[in-house]
Ligand binder design. Structure first.
Ligand code: GDP
Length: 206
């Protein structure tokens, strides 16, 4: 897929105010600092697009972007930020869980994992919750340029091994580097494939 246009639409904290659920939607989420903004910029060819989500007042919001006029990319607030208070973390959880479970046009959640780290409890807990509520997701391993290919593969193998303790099937996974631009074609063609099978009437009739 070629990205011709990528535009910010709006930031929300209230699910009722989200854009109409008429286009297929893909949500990006991960721990703070995982490389989410860099990945979104890399995917959309806009070096500052996700900066919008990082401006004051928007870091805790659900940020919608429209891509090529026919699908939504959603930048969700990062989780596991140590400096956030318990009350804020709780608020975050409620909002995100509400969004993820109620958004009827949501096609897939892109869970970003830092490829340099050992499997993190917070990522595994989040993934397990996605499984409990029956949401489709894929794994995106970020910052792969920071280490050798074999080291990245070893880290991914560890993550999968950990997942296999509770999962029978492993979801699709992507290895990416925002710095070197790899993983982009794979992610965009995955989204393209899902978009091709998207039936608008399914949503409209709801
Ligand atoms: P966010 O908090 O998840 O949005 O993370 P950012 O995209 O702001 O990235 C956090 C830090 O990691 C920044 O210093 C980025 O420059 C760096 N970073 C992000 N992605 C990559 C990558 O693919 N390769 C390298 N080497 N650094 C990255």
């Amino acid at each position: 897929m070629v990205i011709k246009t990528a535009e910010f639409i709006e930031s929300n904290t209230e699910i009722a105010k989200l854009p109409l659920a008429t286009l297929p939607e893909y949500a990006f989420i991960g721990r703070s600092n995982v490389g989410k903004s860099s990945l979104i910029n890399m995917l959309t060819n806009k070096s500052k697009l996700a900066k919008i989500s990082q401006t004051p007042g928007k870091t805790q919001c659900i940020n919608h972007f429209i891509i090529n006029g026919n699908w939504y990319l959603v930048d969700l607030p990062g989780y596991g930020f140590a400096k956030t208070s318990k009350t804020n973390q709780h608020k975050w959880q409620l909002m995100i869980r509400h969004y993820l479970t109620k958004r009827e046009n949501l096609q897939c959640v892109f869970v970003l994992i830092d490829s340099r780290l050992e499997p993190q409890r917070i990522d595994l807990d989040f993934i397990n919750w996605l499984g409990e509520v029956g949401l489709s997701f894929v794994l995106v391993f970020t910052k792969a340029d920071k280490q050798s290919k074999s080291r990245t593969q070893a880290q991914i193998d560890l993550f999968i091994k950990k997942m296999e303790e509770t999962w029978d099937e492993i979801p699709p996974l992507f290895i990416t580097s925002a710095q070197e631009g790899f993983g982009k074609e794979e992610i965009l063609s995955f989204i393209n494939g899902v978009n091709d099978g998207y039936v608008v009437s399914d949503i409209v009739e709801k």
